[in-house]
Write a protein that binds this ligand. Structure first.
Ligand SMILES: Cc1ncc(COP(=O)(O)O)c(C=O)c1O
Length: 206
């Protein structure tokens, strides 16, 4: 049986390729320092492990959560966001717990993009921005990250016909993989650009 066209278009996942190369080298006895996936190499702090064990013993936690996520969790996230970033969020309308950033990034494409639309995606960048775009049937326009621009996308260099079709702009600072930071002024310029052109900024502050 043939898989869907979108599955046939799916490129190999970069990190799987890197893991395979590392495994092959290690099997040959070579010493490898991995710059692949950012897997934590320090243990989860003990108090968090203990809290998880205690929570797993509470029968109420064996049930499905409400579809929006537990109100207490959403309220705690909004409180944390206020303390950390000084930003006020409505826990009922502006906070959604997910199983990871990847799930949100992948599904965001389906919320905003139709075939013929464009997502503006930094290059290099997290692969899911463009894979989600492809799954939604839309096109990726790559924004090169270059040292000359402080590793920030040059929004003025995007051709006007691409801007017209663009619905999403992906930003990720502190950036993975360049580790660059974006100055606050850059965000103001990005917000002005997005407002002018009716584009949603997806800030992946992972
Ligand atoms: C830039 C970036 N965004 C998102 C993610 C995914 O995060 P999560 O593990 O929460 O799905 C990663 C994971 O490496 C990442 O590097």
């Amino acid at each position: 049986m043939r898989l869907s066209k979108r599955m046939e278009k799916l490129p190999p996942y970069l990190f799987v390729g890197i893991s395979r190369t590392i495994a092959e080298k290690r099997a040959r006895g070579e010493e490898v320092i991995s710059f692949g996936i950012g897997d934590p190499d320090i243990p989860t702090p003990q108090h968090i492990v203990e809290a998880e064990i205690a929570a797993s013993r509470v029968p109420a936690n064996h049930r499905y959560p409400e579809t929006d996520g537990l109100p207490r969790l959403r309220e705690a996230i909004a409180r944390w966001y206020k303390g950390r970033f000084g930003v006020t969020l409505d826990p009922n309308k502006e906070v959604v717990p997910l199983i990871g950033a990847k799930e949100g990034i992948g599904h965001m494409a389906f919320c905003f993009l139709d075939p013929g639309d464009v997502a503006l995606v930094p290059d290099p960048g997290y692969p899911v921005y463009s894979i989600g775009t492809m799954f939604a049937g839309a096109d990726t326009h790559w924004l090169p990250l270059a040292e000359a621009n402080g590793w920030l996308p040059d929004l003025d260099a995007i051709p006007p016909d691409v801007v017209k079709k663009a619905k999403l702009l992906w930003l990720n600072y502190p950036n993975n993989p360049t580790a660059a930071l974006a100055p606050a002024g850059y965000y103001q310029r990005a917000i002005d650009f997005a407002r002018r052109n009716d584009i949603a900024i997806m800030h992946d502050a992972c």
